[in-house]
Design a protein around this ligand. Structure first.
Ligand SMILES: [Fe+2]
Ligand SMILES: [Fe+2]
Length: 302
């Protein structure tokens, strides 16, 4: 089954999800912002105006702007002001984060999974942001899209949990029986494709920027990405590994989870050893303390 072509996989996902219309849609405000961003004459003021049309998303963006994530010295009171202070690119990514969290946090099918999912996604997002700053001399990676790519990288798992719940149950049972197998191996065994395919499919449906979709699709195998200009799949691969090592593998023996080995070629590209990478764990733990506002949103409390 794993030898299926991409088109074959897409057709299969299409069939499984039923009709594309049943997947969550991004709020109109996100596509509007994406559209105007292609116009070089777009001002921060225009973006603020678009955002004001959606009070719920505006409120979330303001909350995130004022959270410890940015550590701003004073409280920002309007979205227009927020756009000027943190920049258009940052706002676009905050809108994306707020939209994704919003679309999926209403489903409370498997609370335990959802809780773990957001904690891991946020840990990876913070790791990606940290690494993009640290490795800025190596590749041109902006910290904001690194954060979004980290937050979204496993979104395919959320789609499986919410929309393909029968398969999710099978995957869960198989994982319990064979804890030494990675999620991706089990998913491929049961479905013939994995969460990276489904995540990229959702990203395409949402018309997300291509480099973000590539990061979702290739975060487990960045060297397979055909666009060498895009450093995001490499970065997210490392961020995912760092997040799992920092927060999951340090638990007691019984809770250890199977994770993919870090890709040697990827380490080489960024000029790090595995030990160098894992040395960022304490910094990631500190950074992660800023995740509180995002987690509250995922729990539907904000
Ligand atoms: Fe993954
Ligand atoms: Fe992950």
């Amino acid at each position: 089954m794993t030898t299926q072509t991409i088109t074959g996989i897409e057709a299969e996902i299409n069939r499984l999800v039923g009709d594309v219309g049943s997947l969550p849609t991004p709020p109109i405000v996100f596509s509007q912002i994406q559209k105007v961003l292609t116009d070089p004459n777009t001002s921060a003021y225009d973006i603020g105006g678009i955002l004001q049309e959606d009070p719920a998303i505006s409120a979330k963006v303001l909350k995130m702007t004022n959270s410890a994530y940015y550590g701003l010295p004073r409280t920002i009171e309007s979205v227009k002001q927020a756009v000027v202070i943190i920049g258009i690119e940052a706002i676009k990514n905050l809108v994306l984060s707020a939209s994704v969290i919003d679309s999926f946090s209403k489903n409370k099918l498997d609370r335990e999974f959802q809780d773990y999912f957001w904690r891991h996604s946020l840990a990876t997002a913070f790791a990606a942001r940290l690494l993009s700053r640290e490795l800025s001399g190596q590749k041109v990676l902006d910290t904001e899209s690194s954060f979004s790519a980290g937050l979204l990288h496993d979104i395919g798992k959320m789609v499986i949990s919410v929309y393909l719940s029968d398969l999710a149950e099978k995957i869960k049972a198989e994982k319990i029986e064979k804890p030494y197998l990675t999620d991706r191996v089990v998913e491929n065994e049961i479905m013939g494709f994995d969460h990276t395919h489904i995540g990229a499919y959702l990203g395409g449906h949402w018309k997300l920027p291509a480099k973000l979709v590539e990061a979702v699709r290739y975060h487990h195998d960045p060297v397979a990405c055909e666009n060498p200009e895009n450093g995001l799949p490499h970065l997210i691969h490392l961020a995912n590994y760092l997040a799992l090592h920092t927060f999951d593998l340090n638990q007691e023996e019984g809770n250890k989870i199977a994770i993919d080995a870090v890709h040697g070629d990827v380490l080489e590209v960024v000029g790090l050893t595995e030990d160098d990478l894992l040395a960022y764990a304490p910094a990631l733990r500190d950074e992660y303390l800023k995740a509180e506002t995002f987690l509250e949103m995922a729990r539907g409390a904000a």
